[in-house]
Design a protein around this ligand. Structure first.
Ligand SMILES: C[S@@+](CC[C@H](N)C(=O)[O-])C[C@H]1O[C@@H](n2cnc3c(N)ncnc32)[C@H](O)[C@@H]1O
Length: 206
């Protein structure tokens, strides 16, 4: 799986398909629950989200991204931030430093993996979360109700997944019920907000 080819277009494409909700769903939550202390982002993409952090509240932001081009954009866009505060890492979950974090952010990255790998990544990320730490997660959700289900599935399968399948070779073929994975890892939902008619959901787990 490689997002290098789509890196220059990813943000625009996502906004074209989902509108402002694709970003708002990731940042609205910061008003209510400001990320503090040591923060880990896995699969942050182009780094558009970085300016939304309150750096007066952050001890260190560790940004792990597997696409070289995505990471390059993230670094370029945020070159004003001191390397003492932000640590960019080109790598996967295996490259996460051996530390615990107060906040973990995994937005629209978990649905890239096969079920088997997802299970392992959930356990691994959980092991990096401090006691009482918060895990922020925005993902697509399949909402099995009436008419909405049809167009939601249409958007996901026909536009996004087809596009990413041919450009990045995603490992997963379907959307997951992420709640199960968080619950299995002894986490409790403390925040939930739906976007795009329930097609996107942002949750915080503790
Ligand atoms: C669908 S994009 C979402 C990007 C960003 N979170 C956003 O919402 O704009 C998924 C991102 O996760 C990255 N990624 C995929 N697998 C990864 C892994 N195992 N470790 C780190 N990053 C990964 C991809 O390179 C890509 O930038």
């Amino acid at each position: 799986m490689n997002f290098d080819l789509v890196a220059p277009y990813y943000d625009r494409l996502a906004a074209l398909v989902f509108g402002p909700a694709i970003k708002r769903c990731q940042t609205d939550v910061f008003i209510e629950m400001i990320p503090e202390g040591k923060v880990l982002i896995l699969g942050g993409g182009t780094g558009w989200i970085i300016p939304y952090f309150r750096f007066d509240k952050i001890q260190k932001l560790t940004y792990v991204e597997s696409s070289f081009n995505m990471l390059k954009l993230a670094k370029e866009k945020n070159s004003n931030i001191s390397p003492a505060v932000i640590h960019f890492i080109h790598g996967s979950e295996k490259s996460i430093p051996n530390e615990k974090y107060d906040c973990i952010i995994s937005n629209f990255v978990m649905d890239c993996f096969s079920e088997k790998r997802l299970e392992k990544i959930m356990i691994l990320l959980r092991s990096h979360l401090n006691d009482g730490g918060r895990w922020y997660c925005s993902e697509f959700k399949q909402n099995p109700i009436s008419y909405r289900t049809f167009w939601q599935r249409y958007i996901v399968q026909s536009l996004m997944r087809f596009f990413f399948k041919i450009t990045t070779r995603l490992e997963s073929d379907s959307l997951y019920d992420f709640d199960l994975y968080f619950l299995q890892n002894d986490l409790k939902e403390i925040y939930s907000k739906d976007y795009c008619g329930g097609f996107i959901v942002t949750k915080v787990w503790q």
